[in-house]
Design a protein around this ligand. Structure first.
Ligand SMILES: Nc1ncnc2c1ncn2[C@@H]1O[C@H](COP(=O)(O)OP(=O)(O)OP(=O)(O)O)[C@@H](O)[C@H]1O
Length: 307
């Protein structure tokens, strides 16, 4: 079951999906996903390998069709307006296939202008310089990271209202990762665009993210503003009598560990309510701490995988 988000104005969503499902044969890749990405948000999509993140992004671009359900991207129904949706989106795909091996990067970038009328050649040049791209090289000669750099230029250079980034730093060296984060951050402050980004490197996006979604086995098990997660997913240090761990009536325990009579539990819920329940069951709350975004999301991923 998806954790409900606080009320969101449906009219101001950059992306909305409605019970979006995708089967490959008899195997479920996505199951009744109700994604809500507010306009102007940086929405991080996390989830284990095979959770359905890339499939979801491909469906949003109508590169593949859902088995059931529907999606709207920048207000357009993806099934009827696939080409218009793609023109409004900057997409970094999961894979590294770009184009024919003989084509130079320069020519490949020039061809993007056909698809994107708003292509800004000056901005594309500046991005190529920042990312140290030799545009005279042929696609077949590029390393994985060099390919990724060119894909990032293509995604940003038409200043689309929405970026769909599928593990954008995959293949990049650490310095290039930092440069890409700076570029995306600058791009965001200049354009105010919306970003939906799938990643396994949660800490990398820490400074940017304001919405979080967790996919697990094709289901969106968590969807919440980042601040709401910070306020509700907490680590409780508890001193308790022997055998206490079976006593409390507490739901949404994401993690338990124990050292002697001291317990450390990660619990999702209202802090005051959780603390009261612990106290009522005979436990003494010694400390309550917030988690990093990385730790909170990893606990939520594990809970999603286990449910
Ligand atoms: N073309 C396809 N044919 C059959 N199954 C597919 C296809 N594409 C994806 N799948 C399956 O759908 C599920 C979701 O895959 P997807 O690539 O969307 O996951 P992901 O969350 O992006 O994973 P990762 O983090 O490993 O990139 C997986 O079980 C995968 O095997």
């Amino acid at each position: 079951m998806t954790t409900p988000s606080p009320s969101i104005d449906e009219a101001s969503l950059a992306v909305a999906t409605h019970a979006l499902s995708k089967l490959y044969g008899r195997s479920t890749a996505l199951e009744a996903v109700d994604l809500r990405v507010p306009e102007g948000a940086v929405y991080m999509l996390a989830g284990e390998n095979g959770a359905g993140k890339s499939t979801l992004l491909r469906l949003l671009l109508n590169l593949e069709q859902p088995t059931s359900g529907r999606a709207e991207v920048t207000g357009l129904a993806t099934d009827r307006h696939g080409a218009r949706v793609r023109a409004r989106v900057g997409y970094v795909p999961e894979g590294f296939g770009m184009g024919p091996r003989w084509m130079t990067v320069e020519r490949w970038l020039a061809e993007r202008t056909v698809y994107y009328p708003a292509w800004d050649a000056g901005y594309a040049d500046a991005l190529c310089r920042r990312l140290d791209i030799d545009v005279s090289r042929r696609i077949g000669q590029l390393s994985k990271g060099q390919t990724r750099r060119a894909q990032i230029v293509a995604a940003l250079a038409h200043r689309p209202p929405l970026l769909l980034l599928d593990e954008p730093s995959d293949g990049l060296d650490p310095a290039a990762r930092d440069t890409v984060l700076e570029l995306v951050s600058d791009h965001l402050s200049q354009t105010g665009c919306t970003i939906l980004v799938s990643t396994h490197l949660i800490y990398e996006l820490d400074a940017l993210v304001d919405q979080v979604g967790v996919l697990s086995h094709g289901r969106l098990t968590t969807q919440a503003p980042r601040d709401a997660l910070r306020d509700t997913v907490k680590a409780y240090r508890i001193r308790a009598p022997e055998g206490w761990e079976t006593a409390p009536d507490i739901s949404n325990v994401l993690h338990r560990s124990r050292f002697g009579r001291e317990h450390s539990w990660v619990i999702r819920g209202d802090e005051t309510e959780v603390a009261a329940r612990i106290a009522a069951s005979g436990g003494e709350v010694r400390d309550i701490a917030s988690l990093t975004l990385h730790d909170a999301v990893v606990h939520l991923m594990r809970q999603g995988a286990a449910s």
